[in-house]
Ligand binder design. Structure first.
Ligand SMILES: *[C@@H]1O[C@H](CO)[C@@H](O)[C@H](O)[C@H]1NC(C)=O
Ligand SMILES: *[C@@H]1O[C@H](CO)[C@@H](O)[C@H](O)[C@H]1NC(C)=O
Length: 409
């Protein structure tokens, strides 16, 4: 090779190498045309939009427990809209790709209540009210099966596959590690991923998972059912006083007096022993009623069939029953002292929309036999769709997956 050609090739090689190392300008990197539409079996991409986000501020969302505002975020916001052909669904996935200093990781987040996720809408609009009546039924009597299946499992898997494909298209290499993080419904989704889609994520954090969905979501209403049977709705302060009495009777049985009953099996505190004794409700002397004792007992024992058979577990005696507003025995009271039950809205929606399939169903008047039928329907129609109690995680282990999960009593 002549010296001229040698220098020509050397300069060209240096130029090409420099181009390859030159970071793409964010505007160029983040353009709708540049992102490859992923080809994924069973999915059809309907739309893909990339928006360059510079100096973006993510506000704090205190109701979601995010109390920090994140400022000066630079990323490419890719929104993918897709369908499962024939299902008639339309699902949005959001992927946020850092404009610089990508650490090579992919992180997906789960949902809560009936919200599918923070990074997918599961085919129904994500909102903080978690109102399912807008999408659960195609018409009275008819479940919207595709959207239920999307919410329960499929859309979470799609989010992983689409998200990783977009990430690879954007950065030119696939993520080195993939993580999923979720709590409650998100925790259930984490378990679902480990059980049904064991190759999607290397690491899964599944916090307070809504495991055993079909049983516990109905069982949550058992104290409300008992109140309706008794036609008595104890005040939150009375239920709180019962909880306090249980804690003072059993707290130290685990060897540590810390307000938590850590060995619940040792606690056989019977709330009926309180009936007739006095307690204070907002400074006013009151007397424990047998209705309140029965409601606490129901919450702690869990539901039983009309013939006395076990249906599901109760909650710990140290768990809040009422006044927090989200207890399973919560009531709401008027100024004149009349109270009514406040069933957990997600449980009530499950019964109304998916079990009875009737927007106007009145839970407050059901009989014990109807209760049993609802419990049976929940398990029989939905466990294979939304249940996550399969403890065989060997596929996930073989794929190298790791998961962390924790739960309260
Ligand atoms: C980024 O946004 C903040 C607040 O919106 C603003 O004060 C700041 O000047 C912006 N920085 C740049 C580099 O645009
Ligand atoms: C990303 O883009 C979608 C579609 O335009 C939009 O709905 C979403 O709010 C954007 N995300 C952010 C953080 O701006």
């Amino acid at each position: 090779m002549s010296p001229d050609w040698f220098w020509f090739w050397l300069v060209l090689l240096k130029w090409v190498t420099a181009q390859m190392q030159q970071p793409l300008s964010p505007d160029y990197a983040c353009s709708t045309d540049r992102i490859v539409h992923p080809e994924i079996g069973g999915l059809q991409i309907l739309d893909l939009l990339a928006t360059n986000m510079q100096n973006h501020t993510f506000p704090a969302l205190p109701i979601w427990g995010i109390d920090k505002t994140y400022e000066n975020m630079n990323f490419c916001n890719v929104t993918v809209v897709y369908t499962h052909p024939g299902w008639g669904d339309s699902i949005k996935v959001w992927i946020y790709l850092p404009s610089q200093d990508w650490n090579g990781r992919f992180q997906a987040t789960g949902g809560g209540g009936f919200v599918t996720g923070a990074t997918t809408d599961g085919g129904h609009s994500s909102d903080t009210t978690s109102d399912a009546s807008a999408w659960a039924l195609t018409s009275p009597g008819n479940v919207n099966w595709p959207l239920l299946v999307d919410f329960a499992s499929v859309a979470i898997h799609d989010m992983a596959v689409i998200g990783k494909a977009i990430t690879e298209s954007f950065f030119g290499m696939p993520p080195q590690h993939s993580y999923f993080h979720g709590a409650s419904t998100g925790g259930r989704q984490g378990l679902m991923l480990a059980q049904r889609y064991p190759k999607d994520f290397d690491g899964i954090i599944a916090i307070c998972p809504a495991i055993n969905w079909v049983e516990f979501i109905v069982a949550n209403l058992w104290p409300q059912f008992i109140m309706n049977q008794l036609h008595e709705y104890p005040r939150g302060c009375e239920l709180d006083a019962i909880t306090e009495a249980a804690i003072s009777a059993c707290d130290s049985l685990d060897g540590v007096t810390d307000g938590i009953i850590s060995l619940p099996a040792l606690c056989d505190f019977n709330p009926q022993t309180l009936v007739g004794k006095s307690f204070h409700c907002n400074g006013i002397a009151s007397v424990f009623t047998s209705a309140a004792a029965a409601v606490a007992d129901a919450a702690w024992s869990g539901p039983r069939s009309s013939s006395g058979g076990f249906q599901w577990f109760g909650i710990g005696r140290d768990a809040e029953l009422g006044s927090s507003g989200i207890g399973i025995a919560t009531t709401t009271c008027e100024e004149d002292g009349t109270c009514k039950g406040y069933p957990f809205p997600i449980s009530l929606d499950w019964i109304k929309l998916w079990l009875v399939k009737d927007f106007n169903f009145d839970f407050s008047t059901i009989t014990h036999n109807q209760w049993d039928a609802l419990f049976h329907t929940s398990i029989n129609e939905y466990d294979s769709i939304i249940g996550t109690s399969d403890s065989d995680l060997s596929e996930f282990r073989r794929a190298g997956g790791k998961t962390l999960t924790w739960h309260g009593l």
